[in-house]
Design a protein around this ligand. Sequence first.
Ligand code: THU
Length: 160
Amino acid sequence: MKEVKIESTFFIYDSLEDIPVDVQLLMKQAVEAREKAYAPYSNFYVGAAILLDNGEVIIGNNQENASYPSGLCAERTAIYYAGAKYSKAKILKMAITAASQNQKTTNPIPPCGACRQAIAEYEVKQNVPIEIYFMGETGNIAKSNSLSNLLPFVFNKSNL
Ligand code: THU
């Protein structure tokens, strides 16, 4: 028997002014997307903006449904839209922000497990790491240089 440790690295920025200017703009678009989220059941609003290597930005937000499981998270809405619209483009960066009507989100809100799995699919497909920045409504911003920090020991096509 041996013990295996997998290390994940994140970077924490104190405020938006500290992140690279292009990501500030990306996060701004994520905020705009968040404000348009359709979340009447959870009152939890999430926005995502994706920068592609062709310069295009694709946004997404959570879309809820009276039949709860039929809804979709912001990150997957965005990444599937990117995959549908620019199937050959590579995803360089993703900015995510979440706000709640119940409490002020002041710490980074990471993508849920299902979204991590979806993002992993594209990272494996394009063989280029995706930078992921995530935040609450205000406060500090977390950055991962690759999805793999968020989903170690991933299941992917190499397992099939
Ligand atoms: N949600 C996202 O959009 N992204 C996540 O990563 C976590 C959760 C949405 C789904 C649902 O509409 C609401 O937030 C509450 O879970």
